[in-house]
Design a protein around this ligand. Structure first.
Ligand code: HGY
Ligand code: MN
Ligand code: MN
Length: 417
């Protein structure tokens, strides 16, 4: 048995969420725990209630909607993703997975289908890790990877405390942020955010696992001074040291694995004035690879580069790792459920390993997990140019729904179904 989502309602729901925190460039500016995040959370809660789900918010703002199953002893199947966005991000990253999960439940009701396992859908708090680190924070707290008190104390670049923001937007719920029972499986639909599906002319990615990461920041301390009269040999310029390390972050991946990537996404220069030698500079590093040993090597090398650059320039420095996530391999039975659903629906699919992090990274520690990827045009993401056609969104959402149906034991139609 296969089901087909209501394409028009699915697309209109995607358009609705995309209006909240919309940017002029067609993207989203919906940072976690911002007013726009509160607005989309309120909107999502209304949709869950409209679908007749039992709604709960946990103490880290993770928001769940539950549809009962027929077997009181059956563990729930969980589907979801995240509604927060990057600054000037796209309208599909995370959003597609949450709306597709909602549409799955709506379609079960439309078709009068009962499932033996309960079905839950979820919006995880702060998947992006842009405003507060680490990424995948809400699912990480829930899965026991982070201690919630320490996460409440994380601050953004303006020094605003995460716990205070959660209270301010009214999403520090009562429920403990942890699994309250065993889970049958977790499925997440997400855009690929890379070029491989398009390059291979496939419609669906059957995700087999996710890379490991290390993220961190290095601050160099020099001496702010006048850029005119200060002779070059007097200078202790932290920006020169930082520039050396940024170049190294770009070079290191080429010396390691074929899928190793390295990025500096954030630079803060103080006082950031055209005619003042900087006094303090902070940069970030981010390395990823399917092999955790390669991630560890990259981590060691970037710290060596920082030490050498600081010595050369005669500046002080400090560093802090902000996130380490291990590479994960998903469960065969969930991978097969996704692959089987894609084949049942006649979509061209391929197995793929994720270069982006997702909440599924942490869910894989809790229960059998896999993901569905939708095509990203030109592989673009984390930008307003992020684009997936509605046709590709719909194919991936249908695949998620039918994989969910397989795992939730959805074969009983009520008499009016
Ligand atoms: O960084 C990532 O891969 C995700 O967008 N948090
Ligand atoms: Mn995402
Ligand atoms: Mn993202």
């Amino acid at each position: 048995m296969t089901i087909a989502l209501d394409e028009e309602r699915f697309i209109s729901t995607m358009r609705e969420q995309a209006e909240i925190g919309a940017t002029d460039g067609g993207g989203l500016y919906r940072l976690t725990l911002s007013d726009a995040d509160r607005e989309v959370r309120d909107w999502f809660g209304e949709r869950l209630a409209e679908a007749g789900l039992d709604v709960r918010v946990d103490e880290f703002g993770n928001t769940f909607g539950r549809r009962p199953g027929t077997d009181p002893d059956a563990a729930p199947v969980l589907l979801g993703s995240h509604l927060d966005s990057q600054p000037y991000g796209g309208i599909y990253d995370g959003q597609l997975g949450v709306i597709a999960a909602l549409e799955f439940v709506r379609t079960l009701d439309d078709e009068g289908i009962e499932t033996s396992h309960p079905v839950e859908i979820v919006n995880w708090t702060n998947e992006e890790g842009s405003r507060f680190q680490p990424a995948m924070q809400g699912s990480g707290v829930w899965a026991g990877a982070h201690e919630i008190g320490a996460e409440y104390d994380k601050t953004d670049s303006d020094g605003v405390r995460l716990g205070d923001e959660l209270d301010r937007i009214g999403y520090r719920g009562e429920e403990p942020a942890e699994p309250r029972e065993a889970y049958e499986a977790y499925l997440e639909l997400h855009i690929e955010q890379g070029p491989y599906l398009e390059e291979n002319e496939r419609e669906i990615g059957v995700v087999t696992g996710i890379v490991g990461f290390t993220w961190g920041e290095i601050t160099f301390y020099g001496e702010a001074d006048h850029s005119g009269p200060t002779p070059m040999h007097y200078r202790r310029d932290p920006l020169v040291a930082a520039a050396d390390v940024i170049t190294a972050i770009r070079r290191i991946p080429g010396t390691l694995g074929e899928r190793t990537v390295g990025t500096t996404g954030y630079v803060d220069v103080q006082p950031n004035s055209i005619n003042t030698i900087p006094g303090e500079v902070t940069i970030t590093w981010g390395f990823r690879d399917p092999d955790d040993a390669v991630v560890e090597t990259a981590y060691g090398q970037v710290l060596d580069e920082a030490r050498h650059a600081a010595e050369r320039e005669g500046v002080e420095y400090e560093h802090e790792e902000r996130m380490r996530a291990s590479s994960v391999e998903f469960a065969d039975r969930c991978i097969d459920a996704v692959g089987g659903a894609a084949e049942d629906l006649g979509y061209d699919d391929m197995r793929i390993f994720s270069g982006a992090g997702h909440d599924a990274t942490h869910l894989a520690d809790v229960c059998d997990t896999s993901m569905v990827f939708a095509v990203s045009e030109n592989g673009k993401s984390h930008s307003e140019e992020e684009y997936t056609s509605w046709e590709d969104c719909y194919a991936a959402a249908n695949t998620l729904a039918n994989a969910g149906l397989r795992l939730a034991g959805g074969n009983a139609r009520t008499e009016d179904g």
